[in-house]
Write a protein that binds this ligand. Structure first.
Ligand code: DQA
Length: 143
């Protein structure tokens, strides 16, 4: 099974971005954790980070033939990007939404996810473990 992992805007700053909220794990460390767990689960992952909406959509298109599932943290786009929502719907790939923080317990604008309706599941509020749970979900439930 091939799993595409997409990190949205500002997640390249993980480790030094508001560590009280997002923790001290860097994006590189997070991707390494994902690759190690993927190997244990006998699945393949490709991890990418993009800051721009169009770049995320292009990435989804470019890897759609390779991927069997998508794990995406759309970051701030979660709350308003109908373009990313439509791109996920167009892919017809099982998708899982991930957040490091618990967006349902933060500012009102973060409680809304326009991405959720096009995803099979969502894992949030557990830092890097949210991603690892999403990976396990894909490996075990979507096979
Ligand atoms: C986030 C939550 C979003 O509201 C925020 O814009 C992010 C990160 C998270 O992982 O908790 O950039 O998606």
């Amino acid at each position: 099974m091939n799993i595409l992992v997409v990190h949205g805007p500002n997640l390249h700053l993980l480790g030094r971005r508001e560590p009280r909220l997002y923790g001290r794990t860097t994006l590189e460390q997070l991707n390494r954790l994902l690759k190690t767990r993927a190997a244990a689960l006998r699945v393949k992952v490709r991890c990418f980070q993009k800051n721009c909406e169009g770049a995320i959509i292009d990435l989804l298109t470019a890897h759609s033939a390779w991927a069997d599932a998508l794990i995406i943290n759309p970051a701030a786009y979660t709350h308003y990007s109908y373009a990313i929502r439509d791109a996920i719907a167009a892919l017809a790939l099982p998708a899982v939404e991930v957040h490091l923080t618990d967006i349902s317990r933060r500012e009102p604008f973060r409680k809304v996810s326009v991405i959720r309706p096009v995803c099979a599941a969502r894992f949030k509020g557990e830092g890097p473990a949210s991603y690892l749970k999403a990976l396990e979900y894909c490996a075990k439930r979507l096979k």
